[in-house]
Structures are given as structure tokens and as C-alpha cells.
Write a protein that binds this ligand. Sequence first.
Ligand code: BJ8
Length: 428
Amino acid sequence: MSDAPVVDYHQMWAELGLDLPMHDALLEAVGGMYGGTFMTQKNRPEGMGYLDFVMSEVHGLRIKELDDFRKSGGKVVGTYCLYVPEELIRAAGTWSVGICAGAEWAYDQVEQILPRNTCALIKSMMGFKLGKVCPYLEESDLLIGETTCDGKKKAYEELGKMQNLYTMELPQMKRPKDVAFWRSELVDLIAKLEELTGKKITAESLAASIKEVNGKRRALQRVNAARAADPSPISGLDALLAVQVAFYDDVPRFTQMMNALADELEKRVADGVGVAPKGAPRILITGTPMALPNWKLHEIVEKAGGVVVGEEMCTGSRYYEKLVDEDATTLDEMLDDIAAKYLDINCACFTPNTGRIDDVIRMAKDLGADGVIDYALSFCGTYQIESAGVAKAVQAADMPVLRIETDYSAEDVGQLSTRVEAFLEMVK
Ligand code: BJ8
């Protein structure tokens, strides 16, 4: 993946308190998965070399950067949900990392605390902590949870017994009084961040971080807009990876590299260069987020000859589509804008959540999708219940839909592949 000399990070991982044999096993498993899933793809954009490098150093160089930052007095804040505003975290001078939870780990320990019938994302979130294999968690001076679904909310109570964790209360409706309440939660978050860092968030620092994070989202918008072309210039797997990495990479560097990737994709589109033959079945996926290293469904679709052209999910359009207004000049106005932008995310924890269905139909049309796959993790009640309504709306828009319920295990890959293959046959 890279010609850089191999550095041994075991000392750093040991200082973080990781379980070294288990962590080595995790890295080996994820490295093997990455090689088999990503490096075997044909005709990838050259710009993906950056993300290949980031992934090859996911627990190495990036953790060293966080480590150095903390040793020089900086603070790192770990988050689990899209509603926690990255702009505020950065405006406090802290670095934000999205903690991934996309692989089965230490479930035997997890199930001593949480019920077996808990969604894979929550179990993985706890498993990485209990199994002592996530350096991002251990580098976090503060974790920020949120009251989204009941499972996460209660799991945060348990996680908070092991690590410094602060929970924001997220309303679950979007009336003006809910926006006002959410804004008051942002004010409390500012106080928490200022207490952590001893630094004040000012209008200047917040304006700068709003611009910076918007810049990152705009770069991802460009990358994803290119996927409307047929043939698509980038695979769904690679586009998904870009959003997954957006949660923890250095913001200015990532933005620059994603803009360079977008330049290349736009050139590919102009030249008619794609990753799959023109006319390959085009699929939009909607549903629960796919945290690193959850690449299961995309891999199944693309190995079956389809191409994923969009993700209506938190590791997709919900992350990059909406921006915070940049015109405000006072801290108060900026908080209004941040509260409005974030409460406009369409998560199934909200009622009603019809905006998500509108987004699915709009994206399917804009991206030229031939079919939609609705993806829900087992035991995720909110997304599972929304699934029937999503399917009905997609069918009413004259598009085929496939509903999938799964988890992080490989056990159902054969069965899912058969269903996806039949679906791809049908959509074309
Ligand atoms: S904004 S989708 S990141 S809450 S899959 S843990 S909902 S039982 S992840 Fe989410 Fe924020 Fe919403 Fe996005 Fe619960 Fe469902 Fe598990 Fe989930």
C-alpha cells in the first residue's frame, strides 16, 4: 500500500493500555479484509491511494498524530453519532474522532452487560472498549454520547462507567421548541468543552471551524456527485470508505485529498471512464450507518456486478449533504445555524421522519439508481419499522426495492448474495 518504512507502534499501543495480542489479531483481520475487498477492485481512481495509505496506518500514524497532539496539551473528543456537532468540538481547539463500531469483537464480554438481542453497532461499540482494541477510544479525553435510540442511550450509561462520557439530550421531534431545546444543549456542550480545554469558544474560532467542516463536506459532495454518471467513476466501496475516513482523519488534509479525488473523478466522467461497465445495475442503499470496517453489503452488491451509486445513511449523504450557514457573525447566530442544521438530519430516532423518505426518492432519481436496498441491522427497531414505509414509497416511485436485515457476521453472506444477485437481475 505504501513504500514508507514500517514503524513498530507496539510501545504506543501498550501505553494506551491495549490488549496487544488481541489488537494484533484485529489489525491482521481488518488488513486481510481490506486487501480482499478493496485492493482486488479493478480500475480504481488513483486518488484512492491516499485512503489506502490512511487505512494501512489506521492504528499507526493517525494515532501517533493524536498522541503527539495530546502530549503537547491538546484534547481529543470521541463521538458516536452525527448529531454531535464537529464544528463546536473543533472551535474549542479539540480534535474530533468518530469512534467506529463496525466489527464483531469481544461479544462474550459484551453479552455479560448487554442483552444478546442488541444491535451489532452497539455491541461493537462496547466490544471495542471491553476488548481493549480501539486506540481511538483510549486516546479520547472525553466521549460524547447522545439520546438517540434506547439501546445507545442505555449502553452509554455502561460505557460511562469505564470512560469519561458526557451525554447530550437530543429531542426526537423537530418542532420550533425542539430546535430551541437542542440549541440549549449546544450551549451546555460548549461549557463542557471549555471546561475540558480551559479555552473559550469565540465567534472567530467557531466561524473558522464552520468553514473548515463545510469545506470537508463540500469535498465529499463533489466526490459523491460524480457517482451520478454512468459509468460511475468510483465504486460504492471506495465512496463509502471516503465517508468512513472523514470521521477521524485530519480535516484540512482530508479535504485537500478529497478535492483532488473529486478533480480526478470529474475528469473520468468527462472521459467516460468508469469502475463498472456502462449499464451495470445502479443501486442506492438506505438505512443504518456502516461504521468501519463494515463493508459487507457494498461488497456483496459490487461483487455481484452492481455498482452502489449512493448511500442515504449517516456514513453517506446524511453526513455531507447539509452545511451550516456561513453568514453569521455572532456566536448566538452561529448556534442558531448549527442547531437548525443538525436537527435537519433525518434519523429514524425522530418522529415523524418523512424527510428520510423524501431524501431516498430524490437521491435515487438524481443518481440514476435502478433500485434501492433498504438496510437495517437486526434489533434496530427504529430503522426496521421505517423499512416498510421506505419500501412502499420507493415502489410508488416505480423503483424496485430489496429489504435486508443483517448484522456484522459473515454467516449470512451466501444467502444475502443470492438475494442481491436475484435483485440485480430484476432491476435491469
Ligand atoms: S443519527 S442513525 S449515527 S443514531 S443501528 S445504534 S439507531 S439500534 S446508529 Fe445512528 Fe446517530 Fe441516528 Fe445516525 Fe440504535 Fe439502530 Fe443500533 Fe443505530
